[in-house]
Write a protein that binds this ligand. Sequence first.
Ligand code: MN
Ligand code: MN
Length: 461
Amino acid sequence: MNTQKLSDKLTYSKKSVYERDGKKNLALAMEYAEKYKSYLDAGKTERECVKISIALAEAAGYTEYKLGDDIKKGEKKYYNNRGKNLLLFSIGKEHINNGIRITAAHIDSPRIDLKQCPLYEEGGMAFFKTHYYGGIRKYQWVATPLSLHGVFAKADGSVVEVNIGEDDNDPLFYINDLLPHLGHKQGKDPLDDAIKGEQLNILVGSEPYTDEEENSIKLNVLKLLNEKYGITEDDFLSAELSAVPAAKARDIGFDRSMIGAYGHDDRVCAYPALTALLDMKDSEHTAMCILADKEETGSDGPSGMQSQIMIDLINEISSKLGGNPALVRANSKCLSADVSAAYDPNFPDVFEKKNAAMLSCGVVFTKFTGSRGKSGTNDANAEFIGWLRGLLANDGVIWQAAELGKVDCGGGGTVAKYISSHNIDTIDLGVPVISMHAPYEVISKADLYEAYRAMLAFYKY
Ligand code: MN
Ligand code: MN
């Protein structure tokens, strides 16, 4: 055997989707990306993602499940947890004791939340005080167009939805920054300190109700809010309002090979996990897709992955179908679908290139996450990954293995450990993202489509 042949036979080399696939699936990937962009524009918060996901599920024949309802083979159901967390499941033909194929992705993204007493007036302007949500780099959120999303839950039990800034005729919101002419001292501050948390105040008005009284600009804002939503200042106490980037999802690059958008993390995994489930016909296995909230703040709370709801549902499904819940969990398998950092040649120092996720090289499998000595990681079993390799090969899914950055350079966690702790084999997979957690992130359409194909293969085989 000559050297080249032996090398081809024995060495592993990471190649891009374009090289390996010969652009076979490219047209399908471009088409899929259009639907994904619509999903992104319709879902900028977990509440909006639940809403649009339910609409897609119902169009695919899914109906609502309430705790205690009957469950039969072949049924397709969704459980809406507080409008912020959605669990969809399709009951397969085989015995439930064979386990459930689970995918879990999160639908919350970093953003700027309003405080409970947000509105004030100063220096001829009215502002909202905020408390940022998730890991943001504060300097990226100033001087950029923002829209406002969320709800006022009134004391009478009614809930008023807010969505301002997505329609081209809507006003937008804004966080002020310093001009360079007066920014010399600020410019010398470390990046993380230049903009303080308490400076992330959102500009919401400047016209007074009358020109005489103090706080007249604030009063005018309250008057407008009262006219539009029927609320008074008290109603902010039981509101959940978030400022998110107003920009829409758009193609990036002359070749339109990428998508720029707010909230790819983690809707770029949530959308494939959801649509692969909805596209699956007559399945052998029982499958479940979980769209979780609160990942960006630690997966706490009733709508986060540390909530009991997933286990409650598995227990109900198992016992109603004559299974043993512990055995069902032991035989279940999970893809914890979350994004990875794409290798960025502009910042090579933080990556170890051989084990970094490369853009356009397919969906990324991450055996372990965590920081330092793999602290806080699920660390998927080799046997489980071996099984997955075989299954992905069936459909020729293009994938790569990677970890997040150099050893001791930082790190991060996912929901994987909150699922595997229930004795469920779990591995992280996802799409590589450029500028993760920035107001506008970038992904490759080819990678997005391979994520969808990976989920399809996982549910199917
Ligand atoms: Mn994420
Ligand atoms: Mn994140």
